[in-house]
Design a protein around this ligand. Structure first.
Ligand SMILES: [Zn+2]
Length: 343
């Protein structure tokens, strides 16, 4: 088995669940035909994320403001950790988002490496899962990560997960065996939403086509608390290509707030998700309403659609570096308008 995997695919598609299963396969001492038994103490401790030789690293929010690099207080860090693990234990497909920007910091990667250099607690292998490995503060963090993957400590196996693998250094890609998780068919998701969550068929179809192919993302979108924001963001997209640039820019502050009233990082991420789906919808409507410019982006062809998609991905990525949110949104929409040849 490869010493380092990269599981790449949309949010909520099952990368974490699969990573835990691989961890079980490596740590289970009651394996049958090379597969984890799923029942022994080792397997149970992997499922509950309490196995002493299972090391988890994931992005957590930092200090006081969205942008500072201050270490969160011990109690805060514990709370975030708890929030993440509670959600993932309840549903391994859950998409966990925080109000503040979460990042993997260099200090935590170093702490992990120190731990890995010790002998394993139970004398077997050591498994490291790095969740959303692309969400690092900078390339330095990824370089340190890379070094440990290149020269793994004795008995250590790495599993990286990412929904934006293009943000990972090419050298990380070349050192890992990539496993692609393809989006789930929208019809399958819609079906599950109606049978398992009792959602009405029409809404289930809409969410199915909006969730990007991830079940965890679908259940997130389906929750009522997200519904209002989803509608606001859809409307923002629909209007963005019909008004003059200065009108568009003047809408950003009232919509996304400023200072203490600005929307959380989780809401911003969701905004970019929703816009991605709106773009997809507009592409599907190439011959319909969008073509006439009545609503949404007037996409003339698939080549333009692809370019717009790249602009959105890029805008989403800039949220992780130190660019103000309003600048990221304004920059994204101005770039989209330029690509669509709108003034
Ligand atoms: Zn087992």
């Amino acid at each position: 088995m490869s010493r380092s995997f990269l599981f790449a695919g949309p949010d909520g598609v099952g990368k974490w669940a699969a990573a835990l299963w691989v961890a079980q396969a490596l740590l289970c001492r009651e394996k049958r035909d090379g597969l984890p038994c799923g029942e022994c103490r080792d397997c149970a401790r992997v499922t509950s994320c309490t196995h002493p030789d299972l090391h988890l690293l994931f992005p957590l929010p930092g200090g006081k403001s969205q942008d500072d690099d201050e270490k969160p207080s011990e109690t805060k860090a514990e709370e975030f950790l708890d929030e993440f693990l509670t959600a993932k234990r309840a549903d391994p497909f859950a998409v966990v988002r925080f109000k503040k920007k979460p990042l993997i910091k260099l200090g935590r990667i170093r702490e992990l490496l120190t731990e890995l250099n010790r002998t394993s607690v139970e004398g077997g292998l050591k498994v490291v899962i790095i969740y959303s490995a692309d969400q690092t503060k900078d390339d330095d963090c990824q370089s340190v990560m890379l070094k440990s993957i290149e020269e793994p400590p004795t008995g250590a196996h790495f599993i990286l997960t990412s929904s934006s693998p293009e943000r990972l250094l090419p050298t990380i890609h070349s050192r890992c065996q990539t496993v692609r998780f393809t989006p789930v068919d929208p019809a399958v998701i819609a079906q599950r939403l109606t049978t398992e969550l009792g959602m009405d068929a029409e809404q289930a179809r809409a969410i199915g086509s909006l969730c990007g192919g991830g079940w965890g993302n679908a259940t997130r979108l389906a929750s009522e608390e997200n519904q209002a924001w989803r509608e606001v963001m859809t409307e923002f997209w629909n209007g963005a290509f019909r008004v003059r640039p200065h009108e568009l820019l003047s809408q950003i502050e009232p919509t996304f707030g400023s200072g203490k009233r600005k929307v959380g990082f989780d809401a911003l991420m969701q905004a970019f998700d929703v816009w991605g789906y709106c773009l997809w919808r507009d592409c599907l409507g190439l011959s319909g309403a969008a073509k006439s410019g009545a609503m949404g982006a007037p996409i003339p062809n698939l080549e333009t659609a692809w370019a717009c998609w790249r602009i959105l991905q890029n805008g989403r990525s800039t949220l992780y570096v130190n660019v103000g949110e309003r600048h990221a949104i304004a920059g994204t929409f101005l770039a989209l308008r330029r690509r669509l040849k709108l003034s």
